[in-house]
Design a protein around this ligand. Structure first.
Ligand code: GH3
Ligand code: MG
Ligand code: MG
Length: 373
């Protein structure tokens, strides 16, 4: 994919994600509104029960409506996207705390249910605010609550003079609990989404690991994996004196396969070729795709003079494979260059000798194994 296209796709994805977030935020405003509505209903009932004056109710409804409308307007206009706090949590929380404390100041006889209700505001805020902002929120709220309670003095209470007030206060606490229950549902949902995200990340990581080590088409080791394995064999052989050999296997006239039967059939041949070598090679040997239609087989603990049985089994497997199943008339042959490790040489030199042997195999008619001198 060209760079411009990649950038465009990224921008489109970001736009979609932003739109989804904004939709989610608008939905939150609805639940904030519903929460304030419950509070307003309780205040209204306390007005009817004669506990507080109607002015407190009107003040609360006006304040809550202003907070909800302001937040909704910010989300709907997209202005919130210009802030660092895109969810506008901080202003909403400060407004919520202020609103509750003013109600306590105006109606201290309801101090405790209203202060209890404040914890629903805190609970939502703490999910989103940074630890620093949470500390600031706690400190400010403590100070402000202290001041309001100090000013309220002995009038601060929890409205339980009549049966109606007792029931209302009890319902008020139950409603607070109910909202914590909703919060728990939300936290659980968030936890399971996080777990899902973690699972997907682990899957992606597994895929990336696979891409790093294996060839995508044939699922054999790729060159990146083969090189350090070769180096490992070399240093082992150097240290212990146990020999090893390499066989470069190149499919003959593979270009012709592509040209005659199509690239898809060519891919299929590469897959079947690698799978057949895998099925017939020794478990202790190492095999991978070295490039295009060229494969490398590392024959561990085997001197070049002793590779014939192992290599013979691989060649017999390839000869027996039903290539016609891929395309009628298709026949696949290969040339192999073998070199045994010589003490003191490096991996590059070893491969060069195997490549020279492979070249010789091609030059002398293909479909054969040539051993490096
Ligand atoms: P030779 O016998 O001398 O090895 O001839 P050749 O045709 O096998 O070798 P050449 O190097 O001329 O062509 C190799 C071809 O392999 C060319 C390239 O398009 C094809 N090839 C490389 N990788 C792939 C692949 O992943 N899929 C397919 N279908 N073809 C591939
Ligand atoms: Mg070839
Ligand atoms: Mg080749």
């Amino acid at each position: 994919m060209i760079e411009g296209e990649a950038k465009l796709e990224k921008a489109i994805k970001a736009t979609h994600a932003r739109a989804r977030d904004q939709k989610q935020r608008l939905a939150w405003t609805a639940s904030t509104g519903a929460s304030y509505l419950v509070d307003a209903v309780f205040l209204g009932l306390f007005v009817l029960a004669g506990t507080i004056p109607a002015s407190v109710f009107y003040f609360f409804v006006a304040g809550a409506a202003a907070v909800c409308a302001g937040t909704y307007a910010l989300y709907a206009s997209g202005l919130n996207l210009r802030f660092r706090d895109q969810n506008v949590i901080w202003p909403q929380t400060v407004a919520g705390v202020a609103l509750h404390l003013v109600v306590v100041a105006l109606a201290p006889q309801l101090a405790f249910p209203v202060l209890g209700n404040l914890f629903t505001v805190f609970a939502f805020a703490f999910i989103w605010l940074s630890v620093r902002n949470s500390v600031v929120l706690c400190a400010l709220s403590c100070l402000a609550t202290g001041a309001v309670l100090w000013a309220s003095g002995a009038r601060a209470g929890f409205a339980a003079a009549t049966g109606a007030e007792v029931v209302l206060t009890w319902l008020c606490f139950s409603a607070i609990l109910g909202r914590f229950l909703l919060l728990s549902v939300y936290a659980n949902d968030m936890r399971s989404r996080l777990a899902e995200g973690r699972r997907r990340l682990a899957n992606s990581l597994e895929q990336i690991q696979e891409l790093v080590h294996y060839d995508e088409l044939t699922r054999a080791f790729n060159r990146r994996t083969l090189t350090p394995r070769l180096e490992q064999e070399r240093s082992r052989a150097e240290r212990t004196g146990v020999p090893f050999s390499v066989a470069l296997i190149d499919i003959d006239h593979f270009k012709l396969v592509n040209d005659t039967y199509g690239h898809g059939a060519g891919d299929e041949v590469l897959r079947a070729f690698a799978a057949t070598v895998h099925a017939t090679m020794r478990d202790t040997d190492i095999f991978g795709r070295y490039g295009g239609e060229e494969f490398l087989l590392i024959l561990t603990s085997t001197a070049p003079g002793a590779v014939a049985p192992a290599l013979g089994r691989v060649c017999a497997g390839l000869a027996a494979y039903d290539w016609n199943a891929i395309a009628p008339g298709l026949a696949v042959k290969q040339s192999i260059g073998v070199a045994g490790f010589r003490k003191g040489e490096n991996v590059g030199q070893l491969l060069q000798r195997a490549d020279a042997a492979l070249y010789e195999a091609k030059r002398t008619g293909r479909d054969r194994i040539v051993y490096s001198e």
